[in-house]
Write a protein that binds this ligand. Structure first.
Ligand SMILES: [Zn+2]
Length: 311
């Protein structure tokens, strides 16, 4: 007996491991591949969902070596489609990594290389959009048509689902770089964003916290003044996204987002900022934890089925 998530509801179900040849063939035909492509590691998975996924981790080195190791792992099984949730910046139309400072990866055709290596449909999106999709499919945002998934860590990124679809556009949203009020008297720190200085990411990302307070976020005690300021900045940003995208739910994850004391402070700050103008949007933690990326890649793969051989 094995536990499987239901293909339609995402709920767990117990099924008998396929014993007959025909049942095994049907199971194998439902397999999906996923690549969570990160700057330090690639997590590759094969399976059908959270209860049935085999993963490996590959240290990110040169694009050729890393991608061929991923393709080699995925090629062991017969897959319906592969999803790639990638670090950026990326060109979603062509499946390329674009202007990354990471050596060798600039203008690398990641989606095309995987598609040519495996000969199956490949879906390609940002890591944060992938994680958002994973949360929608199997995590804390199941059944929610309009929500935001925010990750606060080394950077700040956000993915938005609007009317049941991930929001794209000219490229993809860059929610971390919005401008928020910066009270220089309260916080004279200039910000760390190389492009904008004191944008949201410049003021509230993990590196910003470390540079401002002289210690990495996980080492700061829960009652440290850093968290009051962090909650203020995130609440200001949340209010802006709530006014523009009208989400029903906002999930906050990432290394900084794991600080559970932040949630109450954010809700309190947000209530003051909104002043009753919008009510009912829930703020919560993601449900898939560190597996959101690779599961999101599987969810992307699901969307690629039947879309032909294109990135
Ligand atoms: Zn910025």
């Amino acid at each position: 007996m094995r536990r499987f998530p239901c293909r339609y509801s995402g709920n767990w179900r117990i099924v008998r491991w396929p014993r007959t040849k025909r049942a095994r063939r049907r199971y194998n035909q439902s397999l999906l591949g996923g690549i969570e492509a990160g700057g330090t590691k690639f997590v590759c998975g094969v399976g059908t969902g959270p209860g049935d996924i085999e993963t490996i981790q590959i240290h990110t080195t040169s694009p050729e070596a890393t991608t061929s190791a991923a393709v080699e792992f995925l090629a062991k099984r017969s897959l319906q489609a592969v999803g790639i949730a990638s670090f950026g910046p990326v060109d979603l139309a062509t499946g390329h990594i674009t202007s990354t400072p990471k050596a060798g990866w600039r203008n690398y055709d990641l989606a095309g290389t995987v598609r040519r290596g495996l000969g199956v449909p490949v879906a390609f999106d940002t890591d944060v959009n992938g994680a958002a999709l994973g949360e929608a499919r199997w995590g804390a945002a199941q059944g929610v048509s309009d929500f935001i998934y925010l990750t606060v860590g080394t950077g700040i990124g956000g993915g938005a689902m609007v009317n049941g679809r991930m929001l794209h556009g000219l490229g993809h949203p860059e929610m971390g770089h919005i401008r928020i009020p910066h009270d220089m008297a309260r916080d004279p720190f200039p910000g760390v964003c190389p492009f904008h200085g004191d944008c949201l990411e410049g003021l509230a990302s993990g590196p910003a916290i470390q540079a401002r307070w002289g210690a990495p976020a996980p080492e700061l005690p829960p009652d440290h003044a850093a968290w009051t300021l962090e909650a203020r900045y995130l609440a200001l940003a949340l209010a802006n996204w709530m006014y523009t995208l009208s989400p029903k739910l906002i999930l906050i994850g990432g290394g900084v987002g794991e600080q559970s004391q932040l949630f109450e402070q954010i809700r309190k700050e947000l209530a003051g900022i909104l002043n009753g103008y919008i009510q009912g949007c829930e703020i919560a933690a993601p449900g898939l934890g560190s597996r959101a990326g690779v599961l999101g890649a599987l969810a992307l793969a699901e969307q690629a089925i039947g879309q032909g051989l294109r990135p």
